[in-house]
Design a binder for this molecule. Structure first.
Ligand code: HEC
Length: 159
C-alpha cells in the first residue's frame, strides 16, 4: 500500500467492517464496528441531554461521568435505556427529579449493547466486560409490555 492508500483504508476500514457485518466473523464485529456504532449512537441519542461541555444544553440531565448508575449493575443501566426513568434520583451526590424517555422501541438489542459498552468505556475508570446483546434481549423480554418509565424504587427491586 502507498501512504495514501493506507490513510484511505484507515478511514473506511471500520465503515467497511460495519457494512460487511453479516459476512464478517463475530470478533471483527465486536472489536471494530461495535465500538464505533456505540459512540455514534451515544452522540446521536444521549449526548444532547447528558453532555454539558460548556455548550448549549437542552435540559439539566444528570452527569454520566462519576455516576454510580453507569458504574453499577448493567441490568439497571439496560432498563433505564430500554424504558426510561422518572422521579427522584441522586447522582454524584446531587438530587434530580426529571424524566428521561426510553429507547427500547427504536434501538435493537445489539445497538443498546454497543451503546452501553461505549458508555462504560467512556465514563467508568475500570469498565467491566462488554455488554452482550443477549443480556439486553433477556431483560427486554422480561417486560415486553412495559411502557412506563422506571422509578429508582422500582429499579432497585429488579434483579
Ligand atoms: C431528553 C433528555 C435525555 C436523553 C435524550 C437521555 N437522557 Fe438519560 N437522563 C435524562 C434525565 C432528565 C435523567 C434523570 C431522570 C430523573 O430525574 O429521574 C436521566 C438519567 C439517566 C441515567 C441515570 C442517572 C445518571 O446520570 O447516571 C442514565 C444512566 C442515563 N440517563 C443514560 C442515558 C443514555 C445512555 C441515553 C442515550 C441512550 C440517555 N440517557 C438519553 C435525560 C435524558
Amino acid at each position: 500500500m502507498t501512504g495514501l492508500e493506507r490513510i484511505v483504508f484507515g478511514a473506511v476500514g471500520p465503515w467497511l467492517a460495519a457494512t460487511l457485518m453479516g459476512c464478517g466473523s463475530k470478533q471483527v464485529r465486536v472489536h471494530i464496528a461495535d465500538r464505533d456504532t456505540g459512540r455514534t449512537l451515544f452522540e446521536t441519542h444521549c449526548a444532547g441531554c447528558h453532555l454539558n461541555e460548556g455548550q448549549w444544553m437542552r435540559g439539566e440531565a444528570p452527569p454520566l461521568e462519576g455516576s454510580a448508575w453507569v458504574a453499577g449493575p448493567e441490568s439497571h443501566l439496560i432498563r433505564i435505556v430500554l424504558h426510561g426513568l422518572r422521579g427522584p434520583i441522586e447522582v454524584a451526590g446531587k438530587p434530580y427529579n426529571q424524566e428521561m424517555p426510553g429507547f427500547g422501541p427504536i434501538l435493537t438489542d445489539e445497538r443498546i449493547a454497543s451503546l452501553i459498552t461505549h458508555l462504560r468505556e467512556r465514563f467508568v475508570q475500570n469498565p467491566t466486560s462488554p455488554v452482550l446483546p443477549e443480556v439486553v434481549g433477556r431483560i427486554r423480554a422480561s417486560a415486553p409490555d412495559r411502557t412506563n418509565y422506571w422509578t429508582v424504587d422500582e429499579l432497585l427491586k429488579q434483579p
